[in-house]
Design a protein around this ligand. Sequence first.
Ligand SMILES: O=C(O)CCC(=O)C(=O)O
Length: 313
Amino acid sequence: MTPEIRYSAGTRYEAPRVFPEYSPDHEFRVLNWEDWRFWRDNGYLVIRDLIPKEQCEELIKVTCDYLGVERDNPDSWYNITPRSAEDPTPKSIAGMTELYHHQAIWNNRQFPKVYDVFCDLWGTEKLWVTIDRVNMNLPNQNGWDFGGFLHWDVELDQLLATRNIQGVLSLNDNDTGKGGLQIIPDLFKQLESWLEEQPKGRSRMLEEKVDFEVINVPSKAGDLLIWDTRMAHGTSPNRSTVPRFAQYLSMCPAEPEHTELLEIRLESFANQTRPEKSGNKISGMAGSRKESDFGPKAELTELGKQLLGAQPW
Ligand SMILES: O=C(O)CCC(=O)C(=O)O
């Protein structure tokens, strides 16, 4: 029996792909040789100052409007119940916020410098952007208690063969302890031997303590943090008094020949919904807050249309 294809953020993380090989004299668009080497050796990279601060501020405002909260009023933040099977709301305890298609989100996806970074990373110009959500990770106070999590997005038996890039754009400054991305680079470096010691079929959630340092990567508004999908990663608890705001954002080689996936992407954009197979009850826009009631469809540039798949490369 052929295993069911999993889609994540409107792409296939497990698609067979290769990372390019470069030499020190390679002409990059945005990155440089040191960045490239750091990325290859450590499995993550912070690309500084990629998106203008105004675009970040705009998306923070939109996220707060969507959730019906005031950015600077903590009393308004905790009225949203975290999502659960019994009580679906637009937001989870980890801050995952089901907003995918607002113009402010697409403005970051179709920002040319972001595209240039991913051209460097993949060594091809024919890319698709992930259709992913935003995050407002609340400070642990007023009874809100998020402990953070670590996981992989692909099953462990596929991990070593996977070549994929995940990314998060920081919308506000995020120092250690403020609920940003956490990763385990030393485990990434020793993944093969660590996996050999794991029981068959173990979960891709990393709930136990490991003998490797967990790093909370500090970033500023406008920085893009990327990590290799083979990296254990997750959202850290927010022990500050300020919410962490972020947009999940990455790109991968386009696969228009995968017609089911292309359809999912185009429908998701047309209907302003989360990218999903029809009838998939597990995912889908949570709660009653529909994006189509929240704002008009985004306007895409020529690049944006290609990154969605609406226009061929
Ligand atoms: O919030 C973060 O930065 C991490 C998100 C995460 O774990 C994921 O995108 O799979």
